[in-house]
Design a protein around this ligand. Structure first.
Ligand code: SF4
Length: 394
């Protein structure tokens, strides 16, 4: 049963059960009150769920047996089954394929980073917010699947808790650093997995509030990042939130003509509106915005593109940062730029005082890019069923 997120007893769970991972502490207090239970039990349950990280009610030893039985009957702790867990050869990337209660499949990735200087190791979970995605970006395996449904807050939280339990049970230490302190907890969350988080805004924010709670998981909002393809209403709402969550924009092209070719959302919210929304966001929050830029060889990686990008972002001064991401090839249409092209691209940004980094490629051997593992899994299923066409060319 090691790979079950739900408990042994919950294999008979029904949809009517309340997923406690989807409730804030006040909501859990209310849920208990409605059942005639003492509301102080909510903090005890929260402690078991989010600090002790227990996966079942039987382990909640300071609860009366009657309450534990009631919880077994009326509540659940996540409703997902692990279909596959893969670890990269270097041990720094772990990828889960999770089956939701309705059979839909999503992916979650844990990325482990060794300490830099005197710092500590980091453990970042890349979380999915939807099964599939409606936005159809052409370079993205998830975008080719279409939209299935939004994830619930509990399904978002459960992805983080899975890896939190795994690290608690077996802390990770970077290979070759025998004296570094092993990391036993999640340090960061990024909403960069399957789906567009701003399209599922309410459930995403509910999940982040739950994970931020001092009485529970207690992960600081500054360690959380929402990445959006550019849904302007979501950016505007995020700028008004009381949580100081980081914002990342999937930009990927410096002109409307080019961006609309790979990101259909650009037809609805073109670059000038997106840039204006980012200026407004910064004005409201004072926080830096990260611009993600997937480098596609021969498509958006020329010196001319770099200059256009630099001109677009230079007015942000130090409040914009570009994260260059050599494409993790998902379709035959794209290839990864060579090191010289990447170096030249970054140099032009630097010459224009636009801060930038390049994301180290991770987990290629386990199909770590969003949607790739599910696609491969479904391709195998289709082959097994005798399907004659495959949805994605890898
Ligand atoms: S890149 Fe993000 S927004 Fe675009 S299709 Fe993929 S999951 Fe959706």
């Amino acid at each position: 049963m090691r790979n079950m997120i739900r408990t042994a007893s919950s294999t008979i769970q029904t949809q009517e059960k309340t997923d406690l991972l989807a409730l804030t502490l006040p909501q859990l207090q209310q849920w208990l009150k409605e059942r005639g239970e003492a509301s102080f039990r909510a903090k005890q349950i929260y402690n078991w769920l989010f600090r002790q990280l227990v996966p079942d009610f039987a382990a909640m030893k300071n609860l009366p047996q009657t309450l534990r039985t009631r919880l077994e009957e009326e509540a659940s702790i996540g409703l997902m089954t692990v279909r596959s867990e893969q670890h990269s050869k270097d041990g720094r990337t772990r990828k889960l394929l999770l089956e939701l209660s309705d059979g839909r499949l999503i992916e979650t990735v844990l990325m482990l980073y060794p300490p830099i200087g005197d710092g500590s190791s980091r453990a970042t979970v890349c979380v999915s917010s939807q099964a599939g995605c409606a936005l159809g970006c052409t370079f993205c395996a998830t975008g080719q699947m279409g939209f299935d449904r939004h994830l619930t807050a509990g399904e978002i939280v459960a992805q983080v808790l899975y890896f939190a339990r795994e690290l608690k049970d077996a802390p990770w230490r970077a290979a070759g650093l025998p004296h570094s302190t092993p990391i036993d907890h999640i340090t960061n969350i990024v909403l960069m997995g399957m789906g567009e988080p701003m399209h599922n805004y309410t459930n995403v924010m509910q999940a982040l509030h739950i994970l931020n709670s001092n009485d529970g998981f207690n992960l600081g909002a500054r360690h959380m990042t929402i990445s959006t393809a550019g849904l302007l209403p979501g950016i505007q709402k995020l700028s008004q939130e009381d949580l100081q969550i980081n914002l990342a924009i999937s930009l990927h092209a410096p002109t409307n003509e080019l961006r609309s070719k790979t990101m259909p959302i650009n037809n609805r919210y073109p670059i000038e509106q997106l840039i204006e929304a980012c200026h407004e966001y910064i004005k409201a929050t004072g926080r830096q915005v990260t611009f993600e830029y997937v480098l596609l060889a021969g498509v958006n990686d020329t010196p001319e593109h770099a200059t256009q990008l630099a001109n677009l972002l230079a007015p942000f001064k130090q409040l914009a940062h570009v994260n260059c991401i050599p494409v993790n090839v998902t379709t035959a249409a794209y290839s990864t730029p060579g090191p010289d092209a990447i170096r030249t691209f970054r140099q032009i940004l630097t010459e224009h005082s636009v801060s930038n980094t390049v994301r180290a490629e991770r987990g290629d051997d386990i199909a770590a890019a969003c949607g790739q593992l599910r696609t491969r899994f479904e391709n195998r299923k289709n082959i097994a069923k005798g399907a004659t066409t495959l949805p994605i060319v890898q």
